[in-house]
Design a protein around this ligand. Structure first.
Ligand code: ZN
Length: 83
């Protein structure tokens, strides 16, 4: 039996794994827990889903920023040409 049998510890590791790479020991302990515990497994799934959704929003914002930057640049080029 793994040392990690505590759901609180497991959810802490799941959250941590979203921001940084877990140590080998933590990763193994977490995976062992996830095999046994469907609640933590679904928590991990939800958290991953939220993370993916957030990264999609960020990318969209970056894309929009780039679009307006491109338009601004095009406007400046046109202004230069009209001089
Ligand atoms: Zn659990």
């Amino acid at each position: 039996m793994s040392a990690l049998t505590n759901c609180l510890e497991a959810t802490r590791l799941i959250s941590k794994s979203q921001h940084q790479k877990l140590t080998l020991l933590d990763g193994l302990a977490l995976n062992a827990h996830l095999v046994l515990c469907k609640y933590c497994k679904s928590f991990q799934k939800d958290l991953t889903y939220v993370k993916v959704k957030l990264s999609e929003i960020d990318q969209e914002e970056i894309y929009l920023m780039n679009e307006s930057y491109k338009k601004e640049l095009a406007k400046k080029v046109l202004e230069e040409l009209e001089k």
